[in-house]
Ligand binder design. Structure first.
Ligand code: GLA
Length: 386
């Protein structure tokens, strides 16, 4: 429905038929803040998506329309730069990155919109970046593969949105497969798919409603703290290239020099990488209860050592834990707000939603938005003009 409204809006604005593309947001089952430490993540693309109508217009002008905001932005291809229209920056960042790779980006038109809630930790920005990168690659016949497109989109986020993000979100949006989660090794960028048994439980997201305004500055600070930790580790252990290589014993030896803050940031990352490995073994064995325990441990580490949670997220995890049918819960994404991810037995989901909403209302006086999501395939064209 939304996709066809966006196609219609394009046709009305520009009077020619567009290419249609959908780009999903993502969840991450476990492996948080590990991607930029060359570790492991376990994301999946979800049915909260951004839809694009895109066409080459034969001019030197880029014309962008945000369907959701009902706003328009125009800029010449020769003068692409980030500006005050924040939503446009994600798109312009992609065009700039393609240019930086030596591609001649001609004038194009783009109408986009979707149902990925903004600031909810579901990577709406990655979906926006990946969708346009995919569409332009397709229209221009540029031949970039999905991994290269993920790198283009990640670099767009870093340069035009100012977040020194890792590659997880963009990778997940482009590499999703229906019904499967993907374990990505963020060093080698090799990956494996694991079936996620949706017959047993569903993925329910609880949106704290807290917009992560601290997220980008604190995110960049965490990256720096990890980098400082690696610098100190390398003096004693020259083979440590990133926290991916470090052990808890090595960290303990460097604790005094690191100081408590850097030490705890590093300890969290080392432990979280291990948790992803253990969690994948549980997933393969079909042991969702054990998998869920790793999720709770992940949340505790994010809250206590990495310090990226907040009161509302902690409250949501604690409210979920005792409810029947809940296998695991934790905060998800960069932190400081956004959603918790909950694995809940299907038959208990209505009761779960009711109880969580009541608890949020009672303890914070706020209405809780929840989303039951399914795992879908990565970015793709949707028919229309190819
Ligand atoms: C954000 C970033 C990702 C990743 C997560 C934390 O979503 O964009 O690269 O670092 O935070 O795991």
């Amino acid at each position: 429905m939304l996709a066809s409204s966006i196609a219609t809006a394009f046709q009305r604005a520009f009077s020619y038929p567009p290419l249609l593309v959908r780009a999903p947001g993502r969840v991450n089952l476990i492996g948080e803040h590990t991607d930029y430490n060359e570790g492991f993540v376990l994301p999946a693309a979800i049915d909260k998506q951004i839809y694009f109508a895109v066409g080459l217009n034969g001019t030197d002008t880029i014309r962008l329309i945000s369907y959701d905001k009902d706003e328009r932005h125009e800029i010449g291809v020769a003068g692409i730069r980030p500006g005050r229209t924040l939503w446009a920056n994600y798109l312009l960042g992609v065009a700039a990155q393609l240019q930086a790779r030596g591609m001649a980006v001609p004038g194009f038109d783009c109408v986009f919109g979707g149902d990925v809630p903004m600031g909810a930790g579901l990577s709406s920005s990655a979906a926006v970046e990946c969708g346009l990168a995919f569409a332009l690659n397709h229209l221009l016949g540029a031949g970039l593969d999905r991994l290269e497109l993920a790198r283009v989109a990640q670099a767009a986020e870093q340069t035009y949105a100012g977040v020194q993000c890792g590659i997880m979100d963009q990778f997940a949006s482009l590499h999703g497969r229906p019904g499967q989660v993907v374990r990505l090794d963020c060093r080698s960028l090799t990956y494996d798919y694991f079936p996620f048994d949706t017959a047993v439980c569903g993925i329910v997201l609880c949106n704290s409603g807290v917009k992560h305004s601290l997220a980008s500055s604190e995110y960049n600070t965490r990256r720096q703290e990890c980098g400082r930790g690696v610098g100190i580790l390398q003096k004693l252990f020259p083979l440590v290239r990133s926290l991916r290589d470090a052990t808890l014993a090595q960290l303990a030896e460097c604790r005094a020099e690191m100081g408590e803050t850097v030490y705890r940031r590093c300890r969290y990352v080392v432990e979280e990488n291990r948790r992803v490995e253990v969690a994948c073994e549980h997933l393969l064995a079909g042991d969702l209860a054990a998998f869920g325990q790793q999720m709770y441990a992940s949340h505790a580490g994010l809250r206590d050592d990495y310090a990226v949670s907040c009161r509302e997220l902690d409250l949501l995890v604690e409210a979920a834990r005792p409810l029947p049918g809940v296998y695991g819960a934790r905060m998800m994404g960069g932190g400081f707000g956004g959603c918790t991810i909950n694995l809940v037995a299907h038959e208990e989901i209505p009761h779960f939603v009711e109880q969580m909403s009541a608890a949020y209302e009672r303890q914070l006086g706020q209405k809780l938005d929840t989303y039951q999501t399914t795992i879908v395939g990565g970015v793709e064209t949707m028919g229309g003009r190819e």
